[in-house]
Design a binder for this molecule. Sequence first.
Ligand code: KDG
Length: 322
Amino acid sequence: MTVGEGLAVLVAHPGPLEDSASFERAAGGAEANVATVLAQLGVETAWLSRVGADGFGRYLIDNLAARGVDVSAVTTDPARATALYIKERGGGSAHPTDLAAGQSRMLYYRTGSAASALAPADLAAPAAARLLDGCDLVHFSGITTALSPATTALTEAIVTMPRRGRLVGFDLNYRPRLWSGRADAAADILARHVRAADIAFLGADEAGELFGVDDPDRLRALFPEPRTLIVKDDARAVIGYEGTHRISVPALRIEVTERIGAGDGFAGGYLAAMLHDLPPAQRLRYGHLCAAAALTGTGDAPVLPPAATLAALARLDDHAWA
Ligand code: KDG
């Protein structure tokens, strides 16, 4: 199960917003994206969230359900709106812009959204409790933690509630803008979540910004607790620490269309391979491949190649990947 906010995404055609006359609608939100990757990779997956009683909320529910995600624990809140963000993309404009081709900017319209009211009680609601009972993994990210004091309480509850054999996956996803007014608390709270997780994903750059450490081995020394710590040094490699074992798989060299969603692709690919009991190197390769699927499209949630193609690519040995 993944827990977090879904957002309607309006992807602007390349160029600054003043030049964008039309927008393509897509579904986003870190944990929703991870859920779609897991479901595409054959993992029975549910998404726990809240949406508004509006067209974007219905769109998100339908979009995830169509990709095989169980949405029975999504609540509709008539008093709040579904979150929205606009993805402004660089390139393709005669006007001066600070965004180069391939770069993008996120403009959030999510303050007070339906999902920002997610709270510990949502875990105890009948549909959620039933799903939690039988699930092997609960995954969320630091975006959910950052949305509001209620969502911080929710993620604290996820990491502290009795596990009953369930694993907890946590992706740091540090978004400074979401912590405004509580910036001082971010490092403490998110470090606690990393330590409490069974599988934690950190971007070296965001870890550097938040914890002042970006070197993978130093990050492992700082966070020895999670059985699995994954440090993504994006352009170069991803380093996975499994207990005392360290494994590094080089990044793929690909032509990037747009970067948002790559981390979710990675987390979903890694977690699916882990839940399918594949060996550690293949888990990291699945992560890279699913991230590549996100990097080569304009949406946030990747559309994956057929399972057999992914499996063959993930089985290629280190020599082929280097
Ligand atoms: O990781 C992708 C997400 O960044 C995107 O879908 C939207 O949840 C989002 C965020 O806050 O960045």
